[in-house]
Design a protein around this ligand. Structure first.
Ligand code: PLP
Length: 382
């Protein structure tokens, strides 16, 4: 970047993927670096800083630089082969016997992994309603609890947890705070600035935004021993992102700000209109004044309340499943954050034991015309 009277905004930096220009060709879009190995210098060194493709890839590093910039991450960002690989690397950096506190309502696959797999490797996991700070405080044990995991807004009720307060509670007990910020995105919330130690994103979702990449990201508050251990886990266990996926993600990140602005405006409009729909019992969306987390969301989210909302169908589960089957423009599929709108009967995919109400439909708002999105839901719900 050339020198400027003031630092460029995150929106400008993201739009140009940090302004990187290929030094050889002057191409303004970076090539995809596919090499798995790099030339050693005559003096037996690796002056380029690149040794082997598992830990070292320039395309991956370029995408990581954009995410680190977006999160103001002093330790930088690390990309993984999926959101789950990123999340599990954080827990892998703990020691057997360590106590973890995680939310009752959270991304279902990670909740199941924590309950069924992480415990086999010696972690003790307690699930609490993290939005209830008294409950969180009671669950965190000084000296024993090593990590508090949050997800806010959390799947699929879009529960809001106060990150700054949770950070205080975790740190007072000597624990770290990690936040799954997938549903918020770095455009809306920056957990590190609110006191979190690690931020996680399923980059599969809004960061890439086009439903064509599986990827995960971590951003770290400081390059400490815990972060170094996460780095070693990634390269040692090999949960790396492929160069092509990193390229697609980099391309997606360039339009993140405009995509998410359009998606959030659509979600807000749908939440408002669906609230008055006779077939809808309630709308779960942190932007609505009656949402229990609204006041905190208004403080810790800026520019919007995310792209996600859920509705509870007044006539119950069968009517909800039937409505999901009647959509045309909405696509009936799992996942979220993409430019195309997705609808899902969430309890069906989470399965037995889910805290998700059976009458709930999860809506991921894309960039289509909100009038079309509403009209399609309106005909599906009757
Ligand atoms: C999708 C998702 C994950 C997992 O990401 P993958 O890329 O599918 O492994 C984790 N957390 C949240 C909130 C998600 O939506």
């Amino acid at each position: 970047m050339s020198s400027a009277p003031r630092p460029w905004s995150k929106k400008s930096l993201a739009a140009q993927a940090m302004g990187h220009v290929d030094p050889v060709t002057k191409a303004i879009v970076s090539p995809i670096h596919l090499a798995t190995t790099y030339l050693r210098d005559p003096d037996n060194q690796y002056s380029s800083g690149y040794v082997y493709g598992r830990p070292d890839n320039a395309t991956v590093r370029e995408a990581e630089a954009v995410i680190a910039m977006l999160e103001d991450a002093e330790a930088g960002a690390l990309l993984f082969s999926s959101g789950m690989a990123a999340a599990t690397a954080v827990f892998g950096a703990l020691d057997p016997g360590d106590h973890v506190v995680a939310p009752t309502v959270m991304y279902w696959a990670l909740r199941r992994w924590l309950a069924e797999e992480a415990t086999r490797w010696g972690l003790t996991v307690d699930f609490v309603a993290t939005d209830d700070l008294a409950a969180l405080r009671a669950a965190v044990t000084p000296g024993r609890t090593k990590l508090v995991w949050l997800e806010t807004p959390s799947n699929p009720l879009w529960t809001i947890t106060d990150i700054a307060q949770a950070a205080e509670i975790a740190h007072a007990a000597g624990a770290r705070l990690a936040v799954d910020s997938t549903a918020a995105s770095p455009v809306v919330t920056r957990p590190l600035a609110l006191g979190a130690d690690v931020v996680m994103h399923a980059a599969t979702k809004v960061l890439n935004g086009h439903s064509d990449v599986i990827a995960g990201a971590l951003a770290g508050a400081r390059p400490d021993a815990f972060w170094a251990r996460i780095q070693r886990i990634r390269s040692g266990q090999g949960a790396i992102l492929g160069p092509f996926e990193a390229f697609l993600l980099l391309r997606g990140l360039r339009t993140l700000h405009v995509r998410i602005a359009a998606q959030m405006a659509g979600a807000a409009e749908l939440a408002r209109r669906l609230g008055a729909h006779p077939a809808v019992g309630s709308v779960l969306y942190p932007g609505l004044a009656q949402h229990p987390g609204h006041a905190i969301a208004a403080r810790q989210m800026s520019g919007g309340f995310g792209t996600m909302l859920s509705i509870r169908v007044a006539a119950g589960e069968a009517a909800a499943v039937a409505a999901a089957a009647r959509v045309g423009l909405w696509k009936r599929a799992t996942s979220l954050g993409g430019v195309e709108s997705l609808i899902e009967h969430r309890a069906s995919i989470e399965g037995p034991g889910t805290p998700c109400p059976p009458d709930l439909l999860r809506l991921s708002t894309g960039i289509e015309d909100p009038d079309d999105l509403y009209a399609d839901l309106d005909q599906a719900l009757r």
